[in-house]
Design a protein around this ligand. Structure first.
Ligand code: SAM
Ligand code: SF4
Length: 329
C-alpha cells in the first residue's frame, strides 16, 4: 500500500501521457505557450506500463489517462489497452477535450476504457473559440454523441467556472445534463502558471450553487466515494447530475488519494505543491522494480497535509511554476 505521512492511502494515479495539446485553453496553457519536452524525455509505452504495474503492485486501483490532450499521443488506444490489462487495475478513465473523440470513442470502448470526462466550458461557439483558440465546438459535440453511441454511460462534463465568461450558462449546462443524461461538474478556476487567472474571474462554487437553488429544487446526492472531490445534486424530474469541485474555496486535501505522473516521468504528490520526484532517470539507469517501488513510497511521503489557501496567499510567482498543461489536471 502507498500511504503518506498523514495516514492517507493513495490508490489513484493520474498519468499524463503527453504535454502536447490541440487546444490552447486560456486557463491552462500559458499565453507564451510551453516549450515541448524533447521526444526522448517522454516516457515510452513500455515505461508507462512498467510504472503502472509497480503502482498496481502497491495497491493503486484506478489510473486516469490525461495530458496535455491524451488523444493526440500516437498509439493511445494501445496504451489504454496495456493499462486496462495490468493486473490489479480496476478502473481506467480518461480526461479529454473531446475534439478527437468522434474518431476514437469506439476503439477506446473496445480497448476497455472505463469512463470519459470531457472538458467543455461553454456551449456557445464564439465563447469556445475565445477560450480555446479553436472553432472546435461542433467537433466536441460530435465526439460526445460518438461516445454515447459507443456505449459510454454517464459521461462527465468538466467545465471551469469563470466569472464573466460562462457563469451565465449554468442553467444551459443543467439542461445539457438532462438532455444527455450527463454528470456536469463545475470546477473552480485555479491559479496556474502564466494563465489568465485573476481574482475577478474567480467564482466560488457556493455562489453557483446558490444560483442553481434560486431556480431549481435541487437535491444533494451521496458521494460515490469519500475521495470524490465533487459535491453533486440532482434536479427532481430531470436526468443527469450537476456537481461542483471547490478546489480553491474549500480544500478537500484530507480525503485526497491521488498521485500524478507527468509525461516525463515525474511523480507529483500534490497538484499545488512545488515538489516532485523523478522516476524516469532511475528507471533508465537500470533501477529494479523494488527500487522504483521504494522511490514511489518516498514520493508519496512528500505529499503535504494540505495545499496553500490560494485566495489568501495567491502568489503569481508560485503559480507560474505550476503548469496545468504539464501536470494533467
Ligand atoms: N486536455 C484534456 C482536457 O482538457 O480534458 C486533459 C488535460 S486538462 C489539463 C485536465 C483538466 O484540467 C481539464 O478538465 C481542464 O478543464 C482542467 N483545468 C485546466 N486548467 C485549469 C484551471 N486553471 N482551473 C481549473 N481546472 C483547470
Ligand atoms: Fe489542452 Fe486540456 Fe489544457 Fe485545454 S485544458 S489547453 S485541452 S490540456
Amino acid at each position: 500500500m502507498i500511504t503518506d505521512l498523514f495516514g492517507r492511502t493513495l490508490d489513484y494515479l493520474r498519468v499524463s501521457v503527453t504535454d502536447k495539446c490541440n487546444l490552447r485553453c486560456a486557463y491552462c496553457m500559458p499565453a507564451e505557450g510551453v516549450s515541448l519536452v524533447p521526444r526522448r524525455a517522454v516516457l515510452t509505452f513500455e515505461e508507462i506500463e512498467r510504472i503502472v504495474k509497480i503502482f498496481a503492485g502497491l495497491g493503486v486501483r484506478k489510473v486516469r489517462v490525461t495530458g496535455g490532450e491524451p488523444l493526440v499521443r500516437r498509439g493511445i488506444v494501445d496504451l489504454v489497452g496495456r493499462i486496462v490489462r495490468t493486473r490489479g487495475i480496476e478502473s481506467v478513465p480518461m480526461t479529454t477535450n473531446g475534439l478527437l473523440l468522434a474518431q476514437f470513442a469506439g476503439v477506446l470502448k473496445e480497448a476497455g476504457l472505463s469512463r470519459l470526462n470531457v472538458s467543455l466550458d461553454t456551449l456557445r461557439a464564439d465563447r469556445f473559440a475565445e477560450i480555446t483558440g479553436s472553432a472546435g465546438l461542433p467537433g466536441v459535440l460530435e465526439g460526445l454523441r460518438a461516445a454515447r453511441d459507443a456505449g459510454f454511460r454517464r459521461l462527465k462534463i468538466n467545465a471551469v467556472l469563470i466569472r464573466g465568461f460562462n457563469d451565465d450558462e449554468l442553467f444551459d449546462f443543467a439542461d445539457l445534463a438532462d438532455a444527455w443524461d450527463f454528470d456536469v461538474r463545475f470546477i473552480e478556476y485555479m491559479p496556474f502558471g502564466g494563465t489568465s487567472w485573476d481574482r475577478g474571474k474567480f467564482m466560488p462554487a457556493s455562489e453557483a450553487v446558490a444560483r442553481l437553488k434560486g431556480k431549481f429544487d435541487i437535491e444533494p446526492l451521496e458521494k460515490r466515494a469519500p475521495s470524490d472531490p465533487a459535491y453533486a445534486f440532482r434536479i427532481p424530474g430531470r436526468r443527469g447530475t450537476i456537481g461542483f469541485i471547490a478546489s480553491v474555496s474549500e480544500s478537500f486535501c484530507q480525503s485526497c488519494t491521488r498521485l500524478r505522473l507527468t509525461a516525463e516521468g515525474k511523480l507529483i504528490p500534490c497538484l499545488h505543491a512545488d515538489v516532485s520526484l523523478d522516476l524516469r532517470e532511475p528507471m533508465r539507469k537500470g533501477a529494479t522494480d523494488e527500487e522504483l517501488g521504494a522511490l514511489v513510497q518516498e514520493g508519496a511521503r512528500l505529499k503535504p497535509r494540505a495545499h496553500e489557501d490560494f485566495m489568501k496567499n495567491f502568489s503569481a510567482e508560485a503559480a507560474r511554476k505550476r503548469k496545468m498543461i504539464s501536470i494533467g489536471g
